[in-house]
Write a protein that binds this ligand. Structure first.
Ligand code: PLP
Length: 462
């Protein structure tokens, strides 16, 4: 049923009146996240998803797409997995919801916390649950500030993060995000959030020198934590040099600054290890996670803290911890998370991510050898990117007006492949994060379409 056809142009009319009506209703009533409202009004729905199976999505017109982004970097085990639907149904019938406030608890929440503690490195053993990545990062920031406050250091409030980093859209996570476009809507909290240069097109030494300078200029005694993604996703799949995070860890230790790893994209096998930082055997003080923990089947996220932090909380946090979401530790979400992790482990998807990521990178390299506008290509597990440049030898970019990466994305879309471009600061990056269940033939299919799409745009540019 989900054989990949991959051709054809979206035709909003073939579904007839019912489809037209849905598109009109969408314009009228659905305020979409991270979407141009103007474009929505003028052009309507880009893709009206109807169903999903494996790495494929099908729209209302019956056209099939390869979901080469796992939707929003999150559908690790692929679409249409009945095991998760069955688990959710069984849990909902038994205990759909029950609170975790005021020491109430339930088995799915306890078991998932235990499981995540086992998977997380070394002494990261205590989990606070949320419903997604932004809530997780806001919670982590509040938890580390609380950690310092109860130790008599209330001035340690500042968060240092990286330029081009993305940490979400809640209050603190928007401010921690290092992509200024996200501050335009309602500002950011300038007094408490700072950004150092990301290790992109720079050596570890340069990036660490910049971070040290930031710590020094802000005053280390006022910094609660450094926050970074192991691999920046929304920033353009920027993979740091192998020694970068080892040096980050050392620097944080030198200044007594906590290190929060935002593993929202990189967690649960995306980069070929269970957590992204495990690629470099670096252990942070705090991990935030979401997305892959349930493969997106149901909203869930969380924060894992080290025993050292947990012990301070146990000893010094008096009274109620006034932080908690209604859905912190939601039993149905927790049951789905447990089943999802069971499937990731049983089906060897972390290993498959590593292997298929290698194939994806080989394919990228073949394209780079053949097409002159392809610059750097990179992948760690199934998180990869292809950078397009006017002159890859001198790193000369195309102008923004040429919209090179968005045009490639459009070509891919027409061919039935969904992926995403990043164009901040004069870059043209095509990002890939296919489901971890992908096989070699399907990787080749993506590579073929990518080759055709970049070739087409390269021709148009001549
Ligand atoms: N952190 C990272 C690294 C992300 O990529 C995202 C979302 O893409 C978030 C945090 C925010 O997660 P959510 O959209 O679930 O709030």
């Amino acid at each position: 049923m989900f054989e990949h056809r991959g051709r054809g142009v979206i035709n909003n009319r073939t579904g007839g009146a019912a489809l037209d009506n849905l598109i009109e209703l969408d314009k009228k009533h659905f305020l979409h996240p991270t979407t141009s409202i103007q474009q929505q009004q003028e052009q309507g729905v880009k893709l009206l998803a109807e169903s999903g199976q494996g790495i494929y999505l099908k729209d209302r017109d019956g056209k099939t797409y390869i979901d080469a982004m796992s939707s929003l970097w999150n559908v690790h085990i692929g679409h249409g997995r009945e095991e998760l639907a069955d688990t959710a149904a069984a849990q909902m019938k038994k205990l759909a919801f029950s609170s975790a406030f005021s020491s109430f608890s339930h088995e799915p929440g306890i078991r998932l916390a235990e499981k995540i503690a086992k998977l997380a490195p070394e002494d990261l053993n205590a989990v606070f649950f949320t419903s997604g990545g932004s809530e997780s990062n806001d919670s982590a920031i509040k938890l580390v500030r609380h950690y310092w406050k109860i130790q008599g250091k209330p001035n340690r409030r500042k968060i240092v993060a990286l330029k081009r980093g993305y940490h979400g859209v809640a209050s603190a996570s928007t401010s921690a995000t290092g992509i200024p476009e996200f501050w335009e809507m309602a500002g950011h909290m300038k007094d408490d959030f700072f950004h150092a240069a990301t290790p992109y097109r720079s050596t570890t030494q340069e990036a660490i020198a910049c971070l040290r300078e930031k710590f020094e200029s802000e005053g280390p005694d006022t910094i609660a934590a450094f926050m970074a993604e192991p691999i920046q996703g929304a920033g353009g799949v920027l993979i740091p040099q192998d020694d970068y995070f080892t040096e980050v860890r050392k620097l944080c230790d030198e200044y007594g600054i906590l290190f929060i790893a935002d593993e929202v994209i990189t967690g649960f096998g995306r980069t070929g290890t269970m957590f992204g930082l495990q690629n470099w055997e670096v252990v942070p003080d705090v991990i935030t996670f979401a997305k892959g923990v349930t493969s997106g089947y149901i909203p869930l996220g969380g924060v894992v803290v080290s025993d050292a932090i947990h012990n301070v909380l146990k000893q010094k946090s008096k009274g109620t911890l006034f932080h908690g979401f209604t859905y912190s530790g939601h039993p149905t979400a927790a049951a789905v998370g447990l089943k999802n992790i069971e499937l990731i482990e049983k089906e060897g998807l972390v290993e498959n991510s590593r292997k298929m990521g290698g194939k994806l990178l080989e394919g990228f390299k073949r394209i780079k050898d053949d097409l002159e506008i392809v610059g750097e290509v990179r992948a760690k597990g199934l998180l990869g990117a292809v950078e397009l440049m006017k002159n890859p030898e001198t790193n000369e970019s195309f102008s923004k007006e040429q919209k090179v990466a968005p045009r490639v994305i459009e070509e891919l879309h027409q061919r039935g492949v969904i992926c995403r471009s990043v164009t901040y600061e004069s870059t043209d990056i095509i990002c890939f994060a296919p489901p971890l269940i992908i096989n070699e033939r399907q990787v080749e299919e993506i590579i073929d379409h990518l080759y055709q799409s970049i070739s087409a745009v390269q021709e148009q540019l001549k």
